[in-house]
Design a protein around this ligand. Structure first.
Ligand code: BG6
Length: 479
């Protein structure tokens, strides 16, 4: 298992993800000398290109998405690229692909970034052509199904050719440096862990806000919606990292064992614990933007916003709500986690007229990584009229603390781990299935109650009912 692949086979090599993320990430890894000298990258897709044609295609993508990159670095990277056209539904075409890949010295890493409908035939073709042997591992890009059943079907098909220890399911949020830093914050400091439980935490908020809209992803996004596109994967992974017990070590089994326990502890939510919305026309960042239905060209019941009050039925989190919200066309792009601590049990300052506010830890994931802990402090003065206290922030800006190290994008880390065979930041089958189990129950309840998304103005924080969802518990969304 522990081989470092010297061949990388990219399915969906001409797709959007390949252009925006995969080729730029591989080029950056190449430039930093992080991949083996002899690593060959074979791209495949339906387009009829040859090696030179794909290299030209990749150059255009790299010049667009890595505009400041040295030309020399791009040239030497392109020399690694080969291409083989393939219709994944034609099993007999895989023999030519296998010939193009050749015999790896150490092993083959495969990355599948194609429509889910192509997963099964692709796996079958890989198996039939001998590309799925013991020295091969496979990375799978989402969406891995649209519900528990379809995800099981995909996972079963994959398992027929690749055992779990050679299957790498991607959730690109786990590749974000800032998301991994959550583990450092929790488990490399003594300060937080003793307080990280229902006795000291009042509630948790997780917000993933985007300013973008449909972005032309009509066939994928419409019908999928925010719950399946963002909550099922990224948000539940963030929740699992916030809520899990300390793993014994930072390795794939220990970390994933703890995450899956959290995901299985998610309580089925009541119908009044979820709000969905769909953006109407409005303005984001000063730009007028059309309604979702207008972008789509027809009316739709797809939710572009969802807010949920979630609960974990376990000892640590008994009675602590986790408020989750995500949406498109919100006022700003921001991903953050808020840990709201409880009040001190008794204020010694109350008799002096001072009010205390509970501490709050805000973990900013993107666009900037900042950690802010609000602490109570005494307002300077002689206190003749009583003591005054005020909340002051203890601020850590990661870009200042670590000004030197280069900022990496998530796929650089994930592609490197796939090539080298480290599964820690990939999602295990039991996690995905626990995620779908919970999401399917929410969707079933929407269907039972005939819930349709409420309109919200683009550039706002979603439907007012989402604000009410928190406020009726006396909680304000952090903005
Ligand atoms: C993807 C979703 O998984 O994540 C997109 O399909 C979303 O709809 C994207 O825009 C957000 O990723 P990031 O890294 O920009 O927060």
């Amino acid at each position: 298992m522990s081989f470092s692949a010297d061949r990388l086979l990219l399915f969906g090599a001409t797709g959007d993800l390949a252009q925006r993320m995969l080729l730029p990430s591989l080029c950056a890894l190449h430039d930093d000398g992080l991949v083996a000298e002899d690593l060959v990258i074979v791209g495949t897709a339906r387009s009829e290109l040859d090696d030179a044609g794909y290299q030209a295609f990749a150059r255009t993508a790299l010049e667009r998405f890595l505009p400041d990159f040295r030309k020399g670095a791009i040239d030497s990277f392109l020399a690694r690229l080969r291409y083989q056209p393939l219709d994944a539904n034609q099993t007999d075409q895989f023999a030519a692909l296998a010939a193009k890949v050749g015999t790896p010295r150490a092993g083959l890493a495969i990355f599948l970034s194609t429509a889910p409908s192509l997963f099964e035939p692709t796996i079958a073709g890989l198996k039939a052509s001998g590309l799925a042997g013991e020295a091969s591992r496979i990375g799978l890009e989402k969406p891995l199904g649209t519900c528990l059943e379809s995800s099981r079907q995909i996972n079963d098909a994959v398992a027929r050719a690749f055992p779990e220890e050679r299957t790498f399911r991607i959730d690109h949020y786990l590749g974000k440096e800032t998301v991994q830093n959550l583990l450092a914050l929790r488990f490399a400091n003594i300060l937080f862990e003793p307080l990280w439980n229902a006795a000291h935490i009042d509630h948790v908020q997780i917000t993933v806000a985007e300013t973008v809209g449909l972005e032309g992803r009509v066939s994928f996004y419409d019908g999928a919606g925010a719950l399946r596109d963002m909550v099922q994967n990224h948000m539940l992974q963030l929740l699992a990292l916030v809520a899990m017990e300390p793993p014994a070590s930072f390795d794939a089994t220990a970390v994933r064992d703890e995450k899956v326990k959290v995901l299985r502890a998610l309580r089925l939510i009541a119908p009044d614990e979820v709000v969905t919305g769909q953006y109407g026309a409005g303005a984001v960042g000063g730009q007028a933007v059309p309604a979702y239905a207008e972008e789509l060209g027809q009316p739709s019941d797809t939710e572009t916003f969802v807010a949920i009050k979630a609960h974990l039925d376990n000892w640590r989190w008994k009675g602590v709500p986790f408020y989750l919200r995500t949406g498109k066309r919100l006022p700003e792009r921001t991903t953050e986690i808020v840990i709201q601590f409880r009040h001190v049990p008794h204020s010694i300052f109350a008799g002096k007229g001072a009010r205390t506010e509970p501490n709050r830890l805000v973990i900013g994931i993107q666009p900037e990584e900042n950690i802010t802990l609000s602490l109570m402090a005494k307002v300077p003065g002689l206190d003749r009229d009583g003591i005054r206290l005020r909340s002051v922030p203890l601020d850590i800006r990661m870009s200042d603390a670590f000004a030197g190290p280069k900022k990496r994008i998530a796929y650089e880390r994930l592609l490197l781990d796939l090539i080298e065979g480290d599964q820690t930041l990939f999602v295990r089958r039991d996690e995905v299935e626990a995620q779908w189990d919970w999401i399917d129950a929410i969707r079933a309840s929407w269907a039972d109650h005939g819930l349709t998304p409420r309109p919200y103005t683009s550039g706002s924080w979603g439907p007012s009912a989402a604000i009410a969802l928190a406020e009726r518990d006396g909680v304000h969304w952090h903005e």
